[in-house]
Design a protein around this ligand. Structure first.
Ligand SMILES: *[C@@H]1O[C@H](CO)[C@@H](O)[C@H](O)[C@H]1NC(C)=O
Ligand SMILES: *[C@@H]1O[C@H](CO)[C@@H](O)[C@H](O)[C@H]1NC(C)=O
Ligand SMILES: *[C@@H]1O[C@H](CO)[C@@H](O)[C@H](O)[C@H]1NC(C)=O
Ligand SMILES: *[C@@H]1O[C@H](CO)[C@@H](O)[C@H](O)[C@H]1NC(C)=O
Ligand SMILES: *[C@@H]1O[C@H](CO)[C@@H](O)[C@H](O)[C@H]1NC(C)=O
Ligand SMILES: *[C@@H]1O[C@H](CO)[C@@H](O)[C@H](O)[C@H]1NC(C)=O
Ligand SMILES: *[C@@H]1O[C@H](CO)[C@@H](O)[C@H](O)[C@H]1NC(C)=O
Ligand SMILES: *[C@@H]1O[C@H](CO)[C@@H](O)[C@H](O)[C@H]1NC(C)=O
Ligand SMILES: [Zn+2]
Ligand SMILES: [Zn+2]
Length: 608
């Protein structure tokens, strides 16, 4: 009898701790939130359902848990609709900001002080958008914000960019030049942190560690002289040591591309004056070190305050407008760029320059497609008319027999680049692939390449975007920069050299500057004879069919960073690396599916 009772009790506990169905979660959460918003009382039902809703580090780039995507979309929809409904019924900003902070804390997304400071910084923008978008639905909000988690909005209106057809005759049959290739330096994602402190705590739970005033609990958690593989950014010492090394080592640099993200990952304490200070300090040190080299900078998503936000055209209220970041850029970039670039920089942070006869650089502000840019919820149709402008510039370049390099921070195929924008961008690349010799990205902090395929003939690879990875080690990587060898007539990338130093090693000798070395040159490292799109597409297939090659791609992605090597890369990780290579807009799965089949069908799986 007693035994039976115990078994029943045990069964009861087991059943009650089981995850409830999505429907049940939705009902409990909705009821609990409505009550909390109207009375400030946290019911038992709400407390109970919250036990199943924990999303730690949801917005960190490392977060990938496909299995709970349904839960994320449901939770987002319930939370957003409760807040939108309450706002429509007249709830005050204060009450709703408090609710949003509570949700962030209850879901364990970030520590409380990060939740509070971040949401307070973003609140005015969110309310502006909610109050000025009478049609706003939680589905619209969640389908953008959580695009990468598969959230959908059935009422979404797609937009397209008008692209004139190709001319009947194309003159693009130039041969590679016999002259010395150009040397192009790419540095990206410095994320300079003025508060990086030697000996501070490198193992914290905020989005940025190694901060002044913090103490490590264990000696191994102490921030090193040259950085840390955990959530830490770049000190001034590292910034200067890197630039010193570059100018001493590479005497004949023709151009320098800086592809965005100057400001550190302290996303919760940004403000206009702090960001401006950090941005101008770094740009001015570039002027000192590269006084005789043309520099082409673009914006990253970390430059604006509040972080990630680029306010829509025509939003003039100074308390929410991010126009200031364009003003600062126009001012600081003007030493490098002709005055004609000023108008588009002030309009949307983008520009074009004819660098020399026949060679044009187009510098984009692709941060507008970043799905954490709330302004997409307000109006996502070609922000700042940038893609329309891009088509005009490319048409003109085509007429003038020019060849183009495109600089763009966020890769168009990233699952955090709005699909509609990424797809239209990829269509434009498709149309003008004859004159786009190469694209250069940043943002992901990974040494990786994205191959674009002809939409009409998917066997044909047409363009490659090279990613400059990052100077910051954030996360798990060795700091790096890249030297591209670019043909002086076709402007195609002939090869590139990846330069790094071993961060573990450098920190062992804090009084010596890091020993930089060339980790690899692409052609010989991968045994390819060119970096043309079709050769890169073949390489992607080879990687999918050869685990040791995939391991090499993974190692190089993190530039041999000890932390990454320690974590390693399982099948899922390799497949995600491989798919990233062949995805030029979110949801384009054709080549990913094909390479996944190759991966799964070879003996890879057994070779582990
Ligand atoms: C600007 O926005 C802030 C924050 O939403 C608001 O308090 C203020 O009234 C707005 N100012 C104008 C002139 O609309
Ligand atoms: C390109 O090279 C080929 C073969 O080397 C030559 O026949 C052709 O004339 C060259 N074209 C131009 C435009 O120089
Ligand atoms: C950086 O450190 C200073 C001094 O320790 C401190 O006042 C400041 O709040 C810290 N944070 C930021 C974001 O500057
Ligand atoms: C920068 O280097 C100096 C020594 O040259 C050192 O005293 C200081 O702590 C370093 N600063 C940081 C933030 O690492
Ligand atoms: C472009 O090149 C073609 C072929 O070399 C030439 O006929 C045409 O005049 C050129 N156009 C311009 C604007 O230079
Ligand atoms: C980096 O340096 C450390 C310390 O010297 C060494 O243990 C480690 O193996 C090196 N990492 C690589 C990838 O060479
Ligand atoms: C797989 O790639 C490695 C290089 O990482 C190469 O040495 C090996 O020959 C390749 N194997 C096959 C079957 O192609
Ligand atoms: C390939 O293998 C992965 C990981 O083992 C698995 O998740 C996936 O479903 C497989 N895909 C196909 C198309 O076989
Ligand atoms: Zn970055
Ligand atoms: Zn970025």
């Amino acid at each position: 009898m007693l035994r039976k009772l115990l078994v029943t009790l045990l069964l009861f506990t087991l059943v009650s701790s089981e995850i409830p169905s999505l429907d049940k979660i939705e009902i409990s959460l909705r009821r609990g939130l409505d009550e909390y918003i109207s009375t400030g009382r946290k019911s038992e039902e709400l407390t109970e359902v919250l036990k199943h809703l924990k999303f730690p580090e949801l917005f960190r780039r490392t977060y990938k848990k496909d299995s709970i995507n349904g839960l994320i979309c449901t939770t987002c929809n319930v939370g957003a609709s409760a807040i939108i409904k309450a706002r429509r019924l007249g709830a005050s900003k204060e009450v709703l900001v408090d609710v949003a902070i509570k949700l962030c804390v209850w879901f364990k997304i970030e520590p409380e002080f990060v939740c509070e400071a971040t949401i307070k910084r973003q609140a005015d923008t969110l309310f502006y958008i909610a109050d000025n978008s009478p049609e706003l639905t939680s589905n619209r909000f969640c389908s953008i914000f959580f695009q990468g988690n598969g959230c959908k909005d059935s009422k979404r209106e797609e937009w397209t960019i008008e692209i004139p057809p190709k001319p009947l005759f194309s003159y693009k049959t130039q041969n590679v030049s016999k002259a010395r290739p150009l040397k192009v330096l790419q540095i990206t994602d410095i994320h300079y942190d003025p508060n990086y402190t030697l000996g501070s705590n490198a193992a914290c739970d905020a989005p940025l560690c190694c901060q002044a005033g913090t103490k490590p609990l264990k000696p191994e958690d102490s921030a090193g002289m040259w950085g840390d593989y955990r959530g830490c950014d770049t000190s001034w010492n590292l910034t200067i040591a890197s630039l010193e090394h570059i100018i001493a080592t590479h005497k004949h640099l023709d151009y320098f591309y800086y592809t965005g993200d100057i400001v550190d990952h302290n996303v919760w304490e940004t403000d206009i004056s702090r960001n401006t200070e950090v941005i101008t300090k770094v740009l001015r040190v570039f002027k000192t070190y590269f006084s005789s080299i043309p520099v082409f900078p673009i914006l990253g998503n970390h430059e604006p305050h509040p972080v990630n936000l680029f306010s829509s055209d025509g939003v003039n209220n100074v308390s929410i407008s991010t126009q200031w970041v364009f003003d600062v850029s126009a001012e600081e970039w003007k030493d490098w760029l002709p005055p004609e670039t000023r108008d588009t920089i002030l309009k949307g942070g983008y520009y074009t320059v004819l660098v020399r006869p026949g060679f044009r650089i187009i510098a984009l502000n692709s941060n507008v497609c970043f799905t954490f840019n709330w302004w997409l919820v307000y109006d996502d149709v070609d922000p700042y008319d940038q893609l329309v402008w891009l088509v005009q510039v490319l048409l003109e370049a085509e007429r003038n027999n020019e060849t183009v390099h495109i600089l763009s921070h966020v890769p168009s195929g990233d699952d955090t680049c709005l699909q509609n924008w990424g797809r239209e961008y990829a269509r434009i690349v498709n149309r003008f692939s004859d004159i786009i010799a190469a694209q250069f990205n940043g943002h992901t902090h990974k040494d990786e390449n994205v191959i674009y395929f002809d939409h009409a003939n998917p066997h044909r690879a047409i363009s490659v975007a090279f990613n400059g990875a990052s100077l910051t080690p954030y996360h798990d990587a060795n700091p790096n920069y890249v030297i591209y060898h670019v043909d002086s007539q076709t402007y195609e990338v002939l090869d590139y050299d990846m330069w790094i130093f071993n961060l573990t090693d450098a920190n062992l000798t804090p009084n010596q500057v890091p020993t930089w070395y060339k980790l690899y040159s692409f052609k010989s490292a991968y045994g390819v004879d060119s970096l043309k799109p079709n050769a890169m597409a073949k390489l992607a297939r080879d990687i999918a069919g050869n685990r040791s090659l995939a391991e090499q791609y993974f190692r190089y992605k993190f530039r041999d960073g000890d932390a990454a090597l320690q974590k390693g890369c399982d099948d899922k990780c390799h497949l995600s690396n491989i798919c990233y290579m062949v995805t030029s807009y979110h949801g384009q799965t054709l080549h990913c599916d094909y390479l996944t089949e190759i991966w799964n069908s070879t003996e890879n799986i057994n070779m582990k």
